[in-house]
Design a protein around this ligand. Structure first.
Ligand SMILES: [Ca+2]
Ligand SMILES: [Ca+2]
Length: 413
């Protein structure tokens, strides 16, 4: 029930319903310090004021006792937060007659972001002006604020990890990652080369992963297959093996090639020639001298059924290779090769349709091509043992319908 008596200068600051029976103290008809003063009845309409424990003054005027400087040094990675508690003043009614001392100042240990508080320490300056020291945060072996721990990291396979504080993995450690360059490893594109243990106990960046250096992509040889043992990554140290299809043989290059630490493949490109054919590296074609006699068109058809054409000795190197090839087969025979002037007399065209220009390589025999009988339109090699030495292995034009010649085919790789 609220008082009907006009209030003096000081307002009551507690609810009279909950308090002691009607008197000047209860009604607030006193001039004791509103917060730190305690009113005591001394008789009818008589009261006295005193200050609460921890305060100094005559009861009408009360002041906090001042505390000495906070006696504990600030810890590494932490700090003290000090405040004046408000609880005792807020609930004045309950504590009006309490002898509980008022805490002047309370300081609590806190740790910086990224550090866990291992010790709870609350310091108070009591009414007697002395600090209580509940715990010695600097006792031997204790660390009041310990950096948060990130998950352990490990060395990537084929790589190295270097951490700036010796792999404690605690904030704010920085770890860097590198791969074994010698031999042959590098970080994947998504890997982080530097990672920070962050204040939230997580690592920045992504896991570091080392992969072999890249070698240029390989492909199956024509008429063959490739098989690689590491997912066709074409990275060190993958090895690819090569096989030729049925009816073909590995006529050049390596059956097995390995991506090396320097990013280059061992060995040479595999080449598959049809069985019976020989590979000439500089033209990258396979050639075969056939031990059969046919006219030009039938010879060309045989080459076509092997996937090629009559041979085309476009340069001295190929020409020499073909001469050796045919002579090894039969040094008494004439051999067709892929050159005709059937479309336009005097205009010689290779089997692939390319014209034999004036400046191109030629090996015609003396006074050839002569278009004898006005009808010699297909080219061939003379035999090695021709009685006219100057004709041996040279080119001549002949009737395309002649059937006593053997022939040379070529197939690409
Ligand atoms: Ca002709
Ligand atoms: Ca001729």
């Amino acid at each position: 029930m609220a008082s009907t008596v006009p209030l003096p200068l000081l307002k009551p600051n507690w609810d009279s319903l909950n308090c002691v029976p009607s008197d000047f103290c209860q009604l607030g008809l006193h001039d004791c310090h509103p917060e730190h003063g305690v009113c005591s009845l001394t008789g009818h309409q008589a009261f006295s004021c005193r200050c609460r424990v921890g305060k100094v003054g005559d009861g009408t005027h009360c002041e906090r006792t001042s505390c000495p400087d906070f006696p504990v040094a600030e810890p590494q990675n932490g700090f003290f937060s000090c405040s004046i508690p408000t609880s005792s003043a807020a609930n004045t009614c309950q504590s009006a007659n309490s002898t509980e001392p008022e805490y002047e100042v309370v300081c609590v240990l806190h740790c910086n972001h990224g550090y866990d508080r291992l010790i709870y320490a609350e310091y108070s300056c009591r009414h007697d002006g002395n600090w209580t020291i509940p715990v010695d945060i600097y006792s031997a072996g204790s660390t009041p604020c310990l950096a948060v721990k990130c998950p352990d990291l490990s060395c990537p396979l084929h790589g190295r990890m270097t951490c700036d504080s010796g792999s404690y993995f605690r904030y704010p450690e920085i770890c860097s990652f590198a791969c074994d360059v010698n031999p042959g490893y590098e970080l994947t594109p998504t890997s982080s080369s530097v990672r920070h243990c962050q204040a939230d106990a997580t690592w920045s960046g992504n896991d570091a992963e080392c992969i072999g250096v890249w070698c240029p992509a390989l492909s199956s040889p024509t008429n063959g297959r490739m098989s690689c043992n590491s997912g066709y990554s074409f990275r060190y140290p993958e090895t690819c093996t090569f096989r030729c299809n049925h009816g073909y043989h590995l006529s050049a290059g390596s059956t097995s090639r390995t991506c090396q630490a320097d990013g280059k493949w061992s060995g040479r490109a595999a080449r598959c020639c049809p069985d019976g054919y020989n590979y000439y590296r500089r033209s990258q074609f396979c050639y075969r001298a056939f031990n059969q006699r046919k006219n030009y068109n039938d010879a060309a058809a045989t080459c076509s059924s092997d996937g090629g054409t009559l041979a085309m000795p476009r340069n001295a190197g190929i020409n020499a290779f073909l001469v050796d090839l045919k002579n090894a087969m039969d040094n008494t025979a004439l051999f067709w090769f892929g050159l005709t002037d059937r479309a336009t007399e005097g205009s010689w065209v290779w089997a692939d349709g390319v014209e034999l220009a004036n400046e191109h390589f030629k090996q015609w025999g003396p006074r050839q091509p002569d278009n004898a009988h006005d009808n010699e339109n297909c080219a061939h090699y003379w035999q090695r043992n021709h009685e006219q030495v100057e004709r041996r292995n040279r080119w001549n034009d002949l009737l395309c319908s002649e059937t006593f010649l053997k022939f040379i085919c070529q197939v690409g790789t």
